[in-house]
Write a protein that binds this ligand. Structure first.
Ligand SMILES: NC(=O)c1ccc[n+]([C@@H]2O[C@H](COP(=O)([O-])OP(=O)(O)OC[C@H]3O[C@@H](n4cnc5c(N)ncnc54)[C@H](OP(=O)(O)O)[C@@H]3O)[C@@H](O)[C@H]2O)c1
Length: 336
């Protein structure tokens, strides 16, 4: 089968298609014929050797996607060959086939097509957990979503609007502002989001994925009793060969002392989807609530320009995200 095997880390040139054997499912696993793999910001970090939770190389890139069950291990119950499934893994989705423990599988929701289902898990589940499990958002509250036009951002805005929240989203250019508006949010620029909100609309919930000054200013503007959930640090750029860049990056990682959260009574939290994936009992409890809300409100992942890259052009997909040009999720067709 064809797969993007990461033999070494680095630039786009390390993204090569390899021909490798189709994996064999263990007794408690399913073999999935993948159709689409979603490219996440984390894949860029994996490629560059900057992702803390990456597998030991060589490994196949790709954290999520959509496929059909090809074969089941002897101990698997509850699924059938041919089932349309959402796949979420630590690696291995950028391939024609992948194996996965059946306890980590979820049937794709009927109301979403294959492309949308491939784009759903990483963004909607992360946003849901940040909002409802961690920050316990309430109807009528104000929320601020950074990188609001991205894959995670567009999911969070939709979930916020479905929960009757007033939603603000930051983005870097006017074409991205439009999608935030179309989804029912109010776009803001990174330059002045805090001055715009300080007067009347201090957010009760902030979804933070940038780090550095954006994180600090967001924490400042957040309302007392507000809750911030950090999920990443796209604004933290590291050149591992440059010690100064490493120092700058370390300084940009969001952190707060107790004294900084205690007196203003603010919450500082983090979410990592990998943790939920590794605890299927949590996933089983959370997933039906997320699906109910998304189905009732017909919430759909936004897919960049409805454009799907062939896996043979995975480098272009990484470049698009690197250049901050994507709106919503970027998909790979693993059959091409
Ligand atoms: N913790 C978790 O489980 C989890 C799960 C999913 C995603 N995430 C994190 O959430 C963030 C968004 O992920 P995503 O996959 O949805 O990506 P994305 O939003 O589709 O792409 C990243 C966006 O970040 C914004 N950004 C701001 N400053 C940037 C900078 N200096 N360099 C590059 N981009 C910058 C850009 O939007 P603008 O140009 O509009 O600023 C860019 O388009 C990432 O940090 C990712 O690792 C975490």
């Amino acid at each position: 089968m064809k797969a993007i095997v990461l033999n070494k880390t680095g630039g786009l040139d390390v993204l090569k298609i390899s021909e490798i054997p189709v994996p064999e499912p263990e007794k408690d696993e399913a073999l999935i014929k993948m159709k689409y793999a979603a490219v996440n910001y984390a894949d860029l970090l994996c490629r560059q050797g900057l992702y803390s939770w990456a597998e030991k190389r060589p490994y196949i890139l790709g954290l999520e996607g959509l496929g059909y069950i090809e074969r089941l291990g002897t101990d698997v119950t509850g699924f059938n060959v041919g089932d349309r499934v959402i796949v979420g893994k630590n690696h291995g989705c950028d391939a024609e086939f992948t194996t996965i423990k059946a306890k980590h599988l979820a049937l794709a929701p009927d109301y979403l097509n294959d492309e949308e289902s491939a784009s759903f898990l990483g963004s909607f589940l992360t946003a849901w957990v940040a909002m409802h499990e961690m920050a316990r958002v309430r109807r009528g509250e104000i929320m601020l979503v950074h990188a609001g036009a991205g894959a995670l951002g567009t999911a969070a805005i939709q979930l916020g609007r479905a929960h009757d929240m007033k939603v603000y989203g930051t983005a870097s250019n006017p074409s991205k502002f439009k999608i935030i508006e179309d989804l029912g949010g109010t776009p803001l620029s990174y330059d002045n989001f805090d001055t715009m909100l300080m007067e009347n609309d201090r957010p009760h919930f902030v979804l933070e994925a940038i780090g550095g000054a954006v994180f600090k200013r967001s924490f400042e503007v957040m309302a007392p009793m507000g809750r911030m959930v950090c999920v990443g640090g796209t604004g933290i750029q590291v050149n591992k060969k440059n010690p100064l860049s490493i120092i700058r990056a370390l300084r940009s990682i969001p952190k707060r002392k107790l004294s900084e959260v205690l007196r203003p009574s603010k919450g500082f939290m983090g979410v990592h989807l990998g943790y939920i994936r590794d605890h299927p009992e949590m996933f089983t409890r959370i997933w039906p609530d997320l699906l109910r809300v998304c189905t009732e409100n017909e919430l759909r992942p936004i897919i960049h320009n409805s454009q799907i890259f062939p896996m043979s052009n995975v480098a272009a997909a990484h470049q698009l995200i690197h250049d901050r040009k994507n709106v919503g999720k970027v998909l790979l067709d693993v059959s091409r």
